[in-house]
Write a protein that binds this ligand. Structure first.
Ligand code: SF4
Length: 284
């Protein structure tokens, strides 16, 4: 365990975590919404520091990033926990229902592994990397020193200050935009749209290469007229970014059938009115 960054101590051994927009107030002995930050006697600790749920070599297009170092491979790493709680979570075994292993991995070991395999980059992915912020920034700092690139695959739900400190070490991001409907963002995903849009803007201000992903989930974000309005608003606010329209499959607490492929094609066409590069994901 490592003491967490971005929190303040309050009276009665309570703490206030400021890493993400949830701003959890955590009593002694309790954990935050992400389930990996724990208050132990008035100090906040990160429970997942260096505890990896997965490490693998992927084509970078799998992140998905289609226009950042295309054709290259990347070392992907992930841990446990998430600061959203999507009912349709596609990775619930590491994001929501998990048991952290005791196996600890040092940042330098991951970097050495990337160098040994002659990989030019490392991806912080699989679960939401914001909730393993301390380990991610330690690794990203070191990896930059070794000439590697860093990629963050994220839901974008991170507070301004920690993001601004992290951003100089990040070269590319894929940011998941869950839905255009803020009420559903809150009720189905446990997040909010505006902080995610702000993270996209901040990343672009830092000249980070950004691509967006939208998992099309029946009943969450598949209304064509609303998508038209959203794509227009998104374009007007952030400009022409690459968009990945991804196919949902029933998982976790959501059992609607997988997204209809004809519908995905229709959504792709509508997105292309505003965005030059629109891709389908999770389809053959
Ligand atoms: S990072 Fe975790 S503990 Fe901190 S505010 Fe977000 S959900 Fe709460």
């Amino acid at each position: 365990m490592q003491e967490a960054m971005y929190y303040e101590k309050l009276s009665s051994k309570k703490v206030h975590c400021r890493l993400c927009p949830h701003h959890c107030m955590i009593s002694d002995g309790q954990i935050g919404l992400c389930r990996v930050r724990k208050n132990i006697q008035g100090k906040l600790y990160t429970l997942n520091y260096g505890h990896l749920s997965g490490i693998a070599i992927d084509p970078i297009e799998k992140k998905p990033l289609n226009r950042f170092m295309p054709g290259s491979h990347i070392l992907s790493v992930g841990s446990y926990g998430c600061n959203m709680k999507c009912l349709f979570c596609q990775n619930a075994d590491i994001a929501r229902e998990f048991k952290i292993t005791n196996q600890y991995t040092e940042p330098r070991d991951v970097i050495q592994s990337a160098l040994d395999h002659e990989l030019p980059s490392i991806a912080y992915t699989y679960n939401e990397p914001t909730v393993y912020y301390e380990w991610m920034i330690a690794t990203a700092r070191l990896s930059k020193e070794k000439g590697l690139k860093n990629v963050m695959v994220s839901n974008g739900f991170i507070e301004k200050e920690p993001f601004e400190v992290l951003a100089p070490f990040i070269d590319a991001m894929n940011i998941d935009v869950k839905t255009y409907d803020d009420t559903k963002y809150q009720s189905i995903c446990g997040g909010r749209l505006e902080p995610v849009l702000e993270t996209i803007e901040r990343a672009l201000n830092h000249k980070i290469h950004v691509e967006l992903t939208s998992l099309i989930v029946p009943g969450l974000n598949d209304e064509l007229e609303k998508l038209d309005v959203f794509f227009k608003q998104l374009y007007e606010r952030i400009g022409d970014l690459d968009i990945h329209i991804s196919r949902y499959f029933p998982r976790y607490h959501y059992d609607e059938p997988a997204t209809n492929i004809q519908l995905m094609l229709e959504i792709k066409e509508r997105a292309r009115k505003y965005f030059t590069q629109v891709y389908l994901g999770n389809v053959r």
